[in-house]
Design a protein around this ligand. Structure first.
Ligand code: NAD
Length: 483
């Protein structure tokens, strides 16, 4: 695939938490790929900052190890690796202390983009913002990148927004939702707004319903204590699924520009109706022979959901009457993320009722094998009369755009470079995040008030039976969870 590399201004990027898991697994490899692509201008540098006492050289060793671990060998040529490592530096800083800031300030260059990536626990976001300001490290045009989770509920998100905005303008704050950096998600907008074909059908007159599924095969792993305080609703629905939902449901923005897009997303969240208790199914994995969710979080009475399915209604002209079904969970049958737009039956069948069983479906796959498939109905070949069959029009990006699937950039590559370019389109604005919490909070409060206990489901299944029942009740069914 030939990809066009857009030049960016030179930059100093500081990664707070530069020794942590996210930095090692995602941020540093993303930067390396951009470096290889020629998108790291002369002089651009990356400075790790964390509590460990490391020299620049020790940090370079850590970066080398991380890249060797997380990038396949054939994509890590020695000369490129060495040249990239040269751009690394390190400063020992405790976000809650006063040491190290003068050193960091001394390393900042004038007249380049300054970006500060907060890849640390959210409890430190406020302290970092404050100290960057107090020690005059940030400078007037600095950008800060804030990881998830952004708050635990509306009150904490508001308070975090207020703290960050004491020291930075909204235009300087980049709240990451890495789902928005996925190639397919951007393609969703290209398909909707770049073609005349879909938009006229994109409404309740033609769309029966929409399903959004984010299924994982892993359990809570080492994140048990964090996850148990959060659950699938806070960890996945409030942010990732909500963002996907907004992009599917929003009105066409007037331009592909940050505030035009984010204004439309915000309107979607504000048009959400409260969810009814019988339109939510919460689940917890628990099967024979392997650790259950409660084992994983070491709480035999935990009522946190590792699975959730819910039905959303939008009260606006475009979508009134078309439900959106969202579902996400851990320890499910396959790792897959998909949005499916299921169209209505043809209004009249000239083929004796047979068309009714053939529905057009536009399936947008985020992982694995990013791409889109449109199921269309055609005549089954052969002399056997007018028999209809569904076939996929398949646009797997790797097939459509070139043989080398690795060339589809990782979400973090796109997002980090957008920060350097100063483009906030794929980042969440403060009011969006607050609106999403404002909708989420009462849903959680309602199940907490009635001490709702999640339904058990077998690891490796599609979630609790009740989720399937919720769909059957309405004459619909979930799409199969498969890789
Ligand atoms: P981690 O625990 O692996 O790393 C934390 C980093 O913060 C380390 O470099 C540590 O040295 C540093 N640190 C800790 N206390 C500090 C202090 N007082 N001052 C300065 N540095 C300090 O965590 P992680 O998994 O890398 O996660 C970082 C952030 O990214 C968190 O907000 C997390 O929620 C978010 N996140 C992580 C992932 C992931 O896959 N790891 C995914 C999405 C979001």
């Amino acid at each position: 695939m030939v990809s066009r590399v857009i030049p960016v201004d030179s930059f100093d990027l500081v990664i707070f938490g530069g020794t942590g898991d996210l930095a090692r697994r995602k941020i540093l490899p993303a930067l390396f790929h951009r470096f290889v692509a020629g998108q790291m201008p002369d002089g651009a540098r990356v400075i790790g900052a964390a509590r460990s006492e490391l020299t620049d050289d020790e940090y370079r060793d850590l970066v080398r190890e991380a890249l060797t671990e997380f990038i396949p060998e054939d994509r890590l040529p020695d000369d490129q690796l060495n040249a990239f490592i040269e751009r690394m530096g390190y400063v020992c800083i405790d976000a809650t202390g006063e040491d190290g800031w003068a050193d960091l300030k001394g390393r900042m260059r004038e007249d380049v983009v300054r970006a500060f990536y907060f890849s640390v626990s959210p409890s430190l976001f406020g302290a970092l913002a404050e100290r960057l300001h107090e020690h005059d490290v940030a400078g007037p045009n600095a950008r800060i990148v804030v990881e998830k989770p952004f708050g635990h509920d509306l009150a904490s998100a508001r308070s975090l927004n207020a703290t960050l905005r004491e020291h930075f303008d909204e235009e300087q704050i980049y709240r990451i939702d890495h789902y928005l950096g996925k190639e397919t998600v951007q393609n969703l907008m290209a398909v909707r707004f770049g073609n005349v074909l879909f938009e006229p059908l994109w409404n309740s007159q033609y769309v029966d319903h929409i399903q959004i599924t984010v299924a994982e095969t892993v359990g809570v792993g080492g994140r048990g204590s964090y996850y148990d305080r959060s659950g699938a609703m806070r960890d996945m629905v409030q942010n990732h699924l909500m963002q996907l939902f907004c992009l599917i449901a929003m009105e066409p923005p007037s331009r592909f520009e940050p505030d035009a897009v984010r204004d439309e997303k915000l309107k979607v969240i504000r048009a959400l109706e409260p969810v009814q208790p019988n339109e939510i199914v919460r689940g917890q994995y628990a099967g024979d022979g392997e650790p259950s969710y409660r084992d994983d979080v070491e709480d035999p009475r935990s009522r946190t959901e590792s699975f959730i399915a819910l039905k959303l209604h939008l009260s606006n002209w475009r979508w009134a009457g078309t439900p959106f079904y969202l579902r996400t969970g851990k320890k499910l049958r396959a790792r897959t993320s998909e949005i499916a737009v299921v169209f209505k039956d043809a209004p009249h069948s000239i083929f004796g009722g047979e068309t009714a069983r053939h529905r057009n479906v536009l399936a947008i796959r985020l992982q694995p094998n990013e791409g889109m498939t449109l199921r269309v109905t055609i005549k089954e070949p052969g002399p056997g009369g007018m028999r209809l069959v569904d076939v996929p029009l398949d646009m797997t990006f790797a097939d459509a755009l070139g043989p080398d699937v690795e060339d589809v950039p990782d979400a973090y590559e796109r997002l980090v470079m957008d920060v350097i370019r100063g483009n906030q389109t794929l980042f969440m604005r403060g009011d969006e995040v607050e609106a999403a919490w404002a909708w989420t909070d009462p849903v959680i409060a309602a199940w907490e008030a009635r001490s709702d206990v999640p339904k058990p489901y077998e690891p490796g299944s599609a979630g609790p039976e009740d989720a399937a029942v919720m769909m059957h009740r309405e004459g619909r069914k979930w799409r199969e969870i498969k890789a």
